[in-house]
Design a protein around this ligand. Structure first.
Ligand SMILES: Nc1nc2c(c(=O)[nH]1)N[C@H]1C(S)=C(S)[C@@H](COP(=O)(O)O)O[C@H]1N2
Ligand SMILES: [Mo]
Length: 419
């Protein structure tokens, strides 16, 4: 047995205790299934979020999987269907790593008023990790998969019990070929049970819901997972998490419109192209930022020069962060922040810094980021009665499940500057 094997059995040890009790940097929102977010803004200042501080979002219980026995089935529009062992996934293909600031689309749901359904995540369902694994491109080529742009790759989680909906997502072929990996390592360590051991899909730049954990089947298809066949395959619903959950559904709609395929996979564009797509899918992440220091509630005593350093983090989806501005008066006036530290790639967190000449008194410090297509974070979340489907003016659309909230004002730090 190699040292790695020892590490792995340790890392994948099934836990009886809730994940937030095992990992010191997490705060539990629920325990069965486990859902936990990072417990402070300072945790996000790290260039790589340690697993002790990386949020966990589970629809079902974390499964207990024997990696020696586990296989990933490759099915559908391929020359040769196959059951890939973990050894084959690791050893028969190239290895790639990507740094990805992964955000749960429910992050920021707590700032919706009236409340949106689900766990009330504030700012902590986001984490920046280096994920290592096998590029899907190599596996698909090797098995003669049909790879034209109209195809979708449907990826299924293996943890659902016989009476539970299967966690299943469809990824457009172009994205799958571009940079998706079957990941088996996180931050250079073997994957841990709750993050997907022994193998998860990693979709860089996209909301966490796309990165299916505990992958059991990868199927090449003509469409997304949709239709009756998939609403009851082996008596279980495979469509829920693609077609019903993880959609932007405003108050006036009963439920999401289901589609077999969509042309645009840019979340922001879908939210605008209301003619073509009625309820946006949560695909690539929306540009967002967070002030990490000073902390909310801080009392500051700057030195003689009155200067305070404001620091924070920014991230985005397929379109990189281009610019960050900081306001110390709640968004009335803005100054340009500078990026600091390494750029770990287009999907990684960017750290920023702003030097503030602070006057004594109460202040609200906020940041807003803009992506390289010129799209800026809105200020607030709309009221449900406004019926918005996309970001309009300075308002983020209230939606039934509270997804995608990238409004900056609710994330403000209220600070007191002393003389
Ligand atoms: N099989 C499976 N994969 C899953 C989920 C799940 O419940 N089951 N949750 C998804 C969601 S909503 C998110 S945000 C990410 C969270 O990944 P993490 O727990 O490693 O942070 O995993 C995704 N993959
Ligand atoms: Mo999520």
């Amino acid at each position: 047995m190699s040292p790695r094997d020892t590490d792995e059995s340790e890392a994948s040890r099934p836990r009886d205790e809730p994940v937030a009790e095992t990992y010191s940097g997490l705060e539990a929102l629920s325990t069965d299934p486990d859902n936990a977010q990072t417990d402070s803004r300072e945790n996000l200042e790290s260039y790589l979020t340690p697993r002790e501080e990386h949020y966990v979002r589970n629809h079902h219980r974390t499964p207990e999987i024997d990696a020696e026995e586990w296989t990933v089935s490759l099915t559908g529009l391929v020359n040769s269907e196959a059951d890939l062992s973990m050894a084959a996934i690791r050893n028969d293909y190239p290895t790639e790593s990507v740094v990805h600031m992964m955000e749960c689309s429910g992050n920021g749901r707590a700032y919706f008023s009236p409340d949106a359904e689900g766990d009330q995540w504030t700012f902590g369902a986001v984490g920046n990790a280096v994920w290592t694994g096998t590029p899907l491109r190599a596996v698909l080529e090797d098995h003669g998969a049909e790879r034209d742009e109209e195809k979708w790759l449907t990826v299924m989680g293996g943890e659902a019990k016989a009476d539970e909906d299967v966690f299943c997502r469809s990824i457009p072929m172009a994205k799958a070929l571009d940079d998706c990996i079957l990941a088996y390592e996180m931050n250079g360590d073997p994957m841990t049970a709750e993050h997907g051991y022994p193998v998860r899909l990693l979709v860089p730049g996209w909301f966490g819901n796309n990165s299916v954990k505990w992958v059991e089947e990868v199927r090449v298809m003509d469409s997304m997972v949709a239709g009756e066949e998939w609403e009851s395959r082996d008596g279980r619903d495979y469509t829920e998490y693609q077609q019903s959950s993880y959609r932007i559904v405003p108050a006036q709609d009963d439920e999401a419109e289901r589609y077999a395929s969509v042309d645009s996979v840019d979340t922001h564009d879908q939210m605008r192209e209301t003619e073509e797509i009625r309820n946006a899918y949560l695909f690539d992440q929306l540009v967002k930022s967070l002030v990490t220091s000073p902390a909310d509630g801080a009392v500051l005593s700057p030195g003689a020069d009155g200067r305070v350093e404001v620091t924070g983090v920014a991230w985005s989806g397929d379109d990189a962060v281009e610019r960050v501005e900081v306001s110390t008066d709640g968004g009335e006036t803005w100054g340009e922040a500078e990026f600091v530290g390494p750029d770990l790639g287009r999907y990684a967190v960017r750290k920023f810094r702003y030097v503030w000449d602070a006057d004594p008194g109460e202040h609200t410090v906020v940041a807003r980021a803009t992506d390289d297509r010129g799209r800026t974070q809105p200020a607030t979340v709309s009221d449900p009665e406004e019926g918005l489907r996309g970001i309009e003016g300075d308002r983020y659309p209230w939606n039934q499940k509270g997804y995608g909230n990238n409004a900056y004002r609710p994330l403000g730090s209220s600070v007191t500057v002393e003389r």
